[in-house]
Design a protein around this ligand. Structure first.
Ligand code: ZN
Length: 197
């Protein structure tokens, strides 16, 4: 192929295209940008990836990515350890945390049950949650996203928690169906939390 990219550039394109939401075209655009940009600028991205990979680990209690273990939230005595809010991802955790409406702790499932994507309940941090639920937890609030897969995931969590006898509630439906926790306003999120059932 006469128009093939130089080998190292092609390798960069190929690596970038493994990122979520990045197709071949975007990967090419990014790669060309990276080799044109000042070297220090481009390499600072490589350094940031390396640093984050080396420093970030899942918290052994809640599974949120953190630089310390337990994470700052799990280590905070002002956060009620008896109240655990279950979210699909760390991005959802951040959305709830930014709302300032939750004073308890969290549990990050690390995804959602999705038959299409081949993700089953065994792929989520359910065992860790069940273990926590038997250790002085008063209420588990399910804050999975209000769509088909989020609802399905919530059912799996409820089923897993049933033998522990812990109280399980869900966010109220102030959350628009099909909406993502990530994009909700603080007020809507706070209300959904207040009216959980
Ligand atoms: Zn934690």
């Amino acid at each position: 192929m006469a128009d093939a990219l130089p080998k190292s550039l092609e390798h960069l394109v190929e690596r970038l295209s493994t990122l979520p939401g990045v197709g071949r075209r975007t990967a090419e655009r990014l790669a060309h940008h990276l080799v044109r940009a000042p070297q220090a600028e481009a390499l600072s991205i490589a350094d940031a990836i390396r640093e984050a990979r080396e420093k970030i680990r899942p918290c052994s209690v809640c599974r949120a990515p953190a630089e310390s273990d337990p994470c700052p939230i799990c280590a905070d005595p002002a956060r009620d350890p008896a109240l655990v809010l279950v979210v699909e991802t760390a991005r959802d955790l951040k959305a709830v945390e930014d709302s300032g409406a939750w004073k308890g702790r969290y549990h990050v499932l690390g995804g959602r049950v999705s038959p299409i994507e081949g993700v089953g309940p065994d792929d989520l941090a359910l065992d860790a949650l069940v273990a926590r639920a038997t250790e002085g937890v008063r209420e588990v609030v399910l804050a999975t996203n209000p769509d088909l897969e989020g609802d399905g995931t919530a059912l799996h969590v409820e089923k897993a928690l049933a033998p522990t006898g812990v109280k399980v509630s869900r966010l109220a439906r102030g959350v628009p169906a099909g909406g993502s926790l990530e994009y909700l306003s603080k007020t809507v999120l706070a209300e959904a939390l207040d009216h959980r059932r």
